[in-house]
Design a protein around this ligand. Structure first.
Ligand code: MN
Ligand code: MN
Length: 316
């Protein structure tokens, strides 16, 4: 049996020491022989308000140093059965959105060609579009679990079709996604028009506004989501601004009245059993993350995504 990568333990190197990789896993040049690759996309030229998510991948790696290999709540043991490593960052062109889209798409084609599943550290939410283009080329239209304060289904922003508020409009138009197998959770705040969230509903997407999540466990919702998404590939896309700014202030377009960390955990853990083929955690902007809590939360949520990938062993 091949030797599986393990995160470096705190007894071999102090947690604050060494070169920062995601979860202190090995840094390898590409996805060859990996089941899952952590990959950074330091792209933030699609943001509409505060920029700075380009620094997200580095900060998430740095804050991930405290994460240990076993999930004490679910008993997931991802490193007992999957080969996982950090393949570094995609070399986007920070002066050109269109060229960056092509660079990202091609980088994910390479990852998927190795039959490896990507777990992405963003970057702003624009990056979901090229990732989904690549994913859909391999798997066909996918189901999506989308956590966000925003629907990200604008047709254009300032006249542009590619920006961090448009990826799911494009993804649905391009049939990268099966809207009947898509759920958006945590949407809220203010819009350009009162019917902004109706466009995804008209496409068949289940929209769950934040208000419908207040004061509740989301376990019952997730059992409905598992039924809705059923069999077939699923992609998880988690915009950190889906969480309340009390928990995740370090982001570019914060909105009050958001989800709790516990609900974020319930959503991801509730994806267990779905055919997850990849995931991302986007919109962490470290400059506004004065405590490091936003990046810390992001790192943990990415670990939780890894724990629900097919093929993960659960210890009893
Ligand atoms: Mn978003
Ligand atoms: Mn958002």
């Amino acid at each position: 049996m091949k030797k599986l990568n393990q995160p470096i333990g705190g007894n071999d190197m102090p947690r604050f020491g060494g070169i920062a990789t995601m979860m202190r896993l090995p840094h390898v040049p590409n996805a060859k022989d990996l089941d899952v690759a952590f990959v950074g996309v330091p792209f933030d030229i699609g943001t509409s308000n505060r920029s700075g998510a380009r620094f997200g991948p580095r900060q998430i790696r740095s804050e991930s140093c405290l994460i240990r290999p076993y999930n004490m709540a679910t008993r997931a043991a991802p490193f007992d059965s999957l080969q996982v490593a950090d393949i570094g960052d995609v070399a986007i062109n920070t002066f050109n959105i269109d060229k960056s889209m092509a660079i990202i798409e091609s980088a994910y084609d390479d990852i998927l060609a190795q039959n490896c599943k990507p777990l992405t550290m963003g970057g702003d939410h624009t990056i979901a579009l090229p990732i989904l283009r690549s994913i859909a080329r391999k798997y066909g239209p996918v189901g999506i679990v989308h956590v966000d304060a925003h629907a990200d289904i604008n047709d254009t922003m300032f006249g542009e079709r590619i920006a961090h508020g448009t990826p799911f409009r494009r993804a649905i138009e391009e049939k990268l996604v099966d809207p009947k197998r898509m759920v958006q959770i945590g949407l809220r705040a203010t819009g350009y028009a009162a019917d902004d969230f109706d466009w995804p509903r008209e496409q068949g997407v289940r929209v769950v506004p934040a208000e419908d999540c207040w004061y509740k466990s989301l376990k019952p919702l997730m059992s409905e989501v598992r039924e809705q998404l059923g069999v077939g590939p699923v992609y998880i896309t988690f915009d950190i601004d889906g969480l309340d700014p009390a928990y995740a202030a370090g982001t570019g377009t914060p909105e009050i009245g958001g989800l709790t960390i516990h609900q974020g955990l319930e959503i991801i853990r509730g994806c267990r059993g779905l055919e997850v083929v990849g995931g991302d955690l986007v919109e962490v902007a470290p400059a506004y993350d004065t405590t490091g809590n936003t990046a810390l939360t992001a790192a943990n949520l990415l670990f939780e995504m890894l724990c629900v990938f097919p093929g993960v062993k659960y210890r009893v």
